[in-house]
Design a protein. Structure first.
Length: 251
């Protein structure tokens, strides 16, 4: 199965979001070989939930806190989003960089999501500095192992991992294909080692400047099971063209 995740970030009003989702729903209806997961702002979840009843699309959140309720002004809990979402993006680099989230906090969120039957899309990715110093593998190993510490191996079937180099997000630059493939393989091998399970196959997605004209390069890689799309996910035609390119690869 291939995954196409749209991370709308802090864009669109509820009305605009509904229109965008309807447009996308029509555009992706031709095949259900690709699981489409739209992650709008929290304010859209209730209104968009109804649209997805009989469609191959899924709804996800972009973040959540790990507690179910309490005095956490401004936060949204897994308990609150569980009514709407089957997925949640966790540890996105904008959360890590702009909001100072670290892997210890993200690990708590991963656990909380799994406890609520919400599938985490765990993001990992190195900065440009680390990439240029060729320390990507060491960095990702640390991010991944800390974020997954103590997770019940029986629940790993619900997890997705997104490799998103920070320097590729919104920049128009991407790593070379062979670099992405090597990282994706490394993440697979690392999760197998950490959980002592040579059969473990957590889907690895690539994210960072994915567009309709380059998605096939990434989605066709042996260790990549889909893509996480930011900027291009709020342009319905572009997003549907990404979907069409992925659907074609499956034929
Ligand atoms: P981008 O963002 O597709 O705009 O590079 C990806 C992301 O932030 O997940």
């Amino acid at each position: 199965m291939n995954y196409l995740v749209g991370n709308w970030k802090m864009h669109t009003s509820v009305k605009e979001g509904i229109r965008l989702a309807q447009h996308i729903k029509q555009g992706v209806a031709s095949t259900d070989d690709v699981t489409v997961i739209l992650c709008p702002p929290f304010t859209h979840l209730d209104a968009m939930h109804g649209l997805f009843d009989v469609s191959p699309m899924e709804l996800g959140a972009q973040n959540m806190y790990f507690e179910d309720s309490g005095a956490y002004t401004g936060e949204i809990s897994p308990f609150m989003i569980a009514d709407y979402c089957r997925y949640v993006i966790l540890g996105h680099s904008e959360r890590r960089v702009v909001f100072s989230e670290n892997s210890t906090l993200i690990q708590k969120k991963v656990r909380a999501a799994l406890n609520h039957d919400i599938k985490p899309i765990l993001c990992v990715g190195e900065s440009l500095d680390i990439y240029e110093q060729q320390k990507t593998f060491n960095f990702l190993e640390e991010e991944l192992t800390t974020s997954l510490k103590g997770i019940d191996p029986a629940e790993l079937g619900s997890l997705l991992i997104a490799y998103e180099p920070c320097w590729a997000i919104g920049s128009g630059h991407t790593p070379y294909r062979d670099e992405i493939e090597r990282v994706a393989k490394f993440l697979t091998v690392t999760t197998r080692k950490v959980f002592d399970n040579p059969e473990l196959n957590i889907p690895i997605l690539y994210g960072g400047s994915v567009k309709a004209n380059n998605v096939a390069e990434f989605a066709s890689l042996p260790h990549i099971s889909g893509v996480l799309v930011g900027g291009a996910s709020i342009r319905a035609e572009e997003f549907c063209a990404i979907h069409a390119a992925m659907a074609q690869l499956n034929q």
